[in-house]
Design a protein around this ligand. Structure first.
Ligand code: 3BY
Ligand code: FES
Ligand code: FE
Length: 428
């Protein structure tokens, strides 16, 4: 699918952006300069070069189980309809009528036989095809088959539905298959969404995402999280605990190869915007899962047979992350709505057979990550306010604790300047 890139930048704006990119690239260790958070030109350009070229998590199969089921995925000024057609296929369409462009579907989710545009009543099937266009038969050469809703690329694996606005995007299913061993056994395809929450943050999306990508802040900002997770710790503290967990992980979870890492983040992704990453890291001794006191909060997921004291960390495309404990999984996604507003969404999954109030208590299930995310929202907003100072100058990024934000900045700068190439993975 082709789209209109934003074309209102003047020559001056473009020259200024090129210069800012050159300055930023000169010091590979520094954090992002203020310009990249504040410029409207940058925001419009990154929608085209980052968001509309990357694989984005749209939703879960449980939201479109039956023919005619649909939900909307919204990002920036775009709205996408994800629907299951009568033939059982899940498709994604731009929610913009092929007549005058009105949104065709207003409701965020539901089930329908057709989508009827509220403006002049054009009718589309759940497969996106134009079925009816009132009185248009008088228009010479009008053919309904030329005016179906615009379709997006889609990839579905592990019950997770991803979309891409770029028709030439790399085949993401091939990339996701690299995580079959480590993600498959949670059986997310038959899992249940126990809760979802949107945290609306007054900060640029790169501030919000940058926060997720490092745990240098965890010890200062997240007391509850840091009590349980070794992620905050230096290699010398975390390495022996992780090694012991990796040794017992297969045995205790019953999942072969659960501890094997895959590193294809950002520029090292198999194709642009098609990142896949996983590694398993340990909780401190005595903690089994990510709950208030580290005790189980739900039945074991899918094929899991026990707790290994570990958690799986995943990247699924550049803007979607998962943190999966043996008894529940969390999905985090970042969605920009303007350069100063980002929705951070969390989806809590439990095993498909788990019943609320019987097998799990929702408040206990969500406690840790709700508390942690409210803490994150506060520091993201303080960060956003602080970088707006005309005296702000980015400092160095820590070589170990801020290694992932560094990889992000490198990828982002390349994408912004139109370089979508990928590089071979570095051995870690
Ligand atoms: O940002 C946090 O609080 C932590 C750090 C790593 C993953 N997690 C989301
Ligand atoms: Fe949809 Fe006219 S804009 S029918
Ligand atoms: Fe955090």
């Amino acid at each position: 699918m082709t789209h209109q890139p934003f074309i209102a930048d003047s020559e001056d704006d473009q020259a200024r952006m090129r210069e800012a990119v050159a300055v930023q690239m000169r010091d590979r260790d520094a954090g992002l300069m203020q310009y990249f958070y504040r410029s409207d030109v940058v925001y419009q350009r990154e929608l085209d070069t980052v968001f509309f070229k990357s694989w984005l998590w749209a939703g879960h199969v449980s939201q479109v189980r039956n023919p005619g089921d649909y939900f909307l995925y919204e990002i920036a000024e775009e709205s996408v309809i994800v629907a299951r057609g009568n033939d059982g296929t899940i498709r994604a369409f731009v929610n913009s009528c092929r007549h005058r462009g009105s949104r065709v579907c207003e409701q965020r989710e539901g089930n329908c036989k057709t989508f009827v545009c509220p403006y002049h009543g054009w009718v589309y099937g759940t497969d996106g095809a134009l079925r009816g266009a009132r009185h248009m038969d008088v228009v010479p050469d009008f053919r309904k088959e030329d005016h179906g809703l615009k379709q997006l690329r889609i990839a579905e694996r592990f019950g997770l539905i991803f979309i891409n606005f770029d028709a030439d995007a790399y085949d993401y299913d091939v990339c996701l298959a690299q995580l079959d061993a480590q993600l498959g056994p949670y059986r997310l395809d038959r899992a249940k969404i126990a809760h979802r929450e949107t945290y609306s943050v007054d900060a640029n999306w790169k501030i919000a995402l940058g926060n997720y990508l490092e745990c240098y802040h965890c010890e200062t900002a997240h007391r509850a999280y840091s009590k349980l997770h070794t992620f905050k710790d230096r290699e010398e503290v975390a390495a022996p605990i992780n090694r012991a967990m990796w040794e017992r992980a297969q045995r205790e979870t019953g999942v072969p190869d659960i501890e094997k890492a895959v590193y294809r983040m950002f520029r090292e992704a198999p194709g642009f915007g098609a990142c896949v990453y996983t590694s398993r890291y340990a909780l401190f001794d005595g903690y089994l899962t990510g709950s208030r006191d580290g005790t189980p909060v739900a039945p074991l997921m899918g094929e899991f047979k026990g707790y290994d004291g570990g958690a799986g960390d995943y990247q699924l495309g550049p803007l979607t992350y998962m943190l999966n404990y043996p008894d529940h999984c969390l999905l985090f996604r970042y969605v920009p709505f303007g350069k100063d507003k980002t929705d951070m969404e969390i989806v809590w999954f439990v095993d498909g057979d788990a019943v609320e109030g019987v097998d799990y208590d929702k408040a206990s299930l969500i406690w840790l990550w709700d508390v942690t995310t409210v803490e994150d929202k506060r520091i993201m907003q303080l960060n956003a306010a602080g970088v707006n100072s005309r005296f702000f100058e980015p400092g160095p990024q820590h070589p170990e604790f801020e290694d992932t934000p560094k990889r992000f900045v490198d990828w982002y700068m390349h994408a912004l300047s139109g370089d979508f190439s990928v590089v071979p993975p570095t051995v870690r």
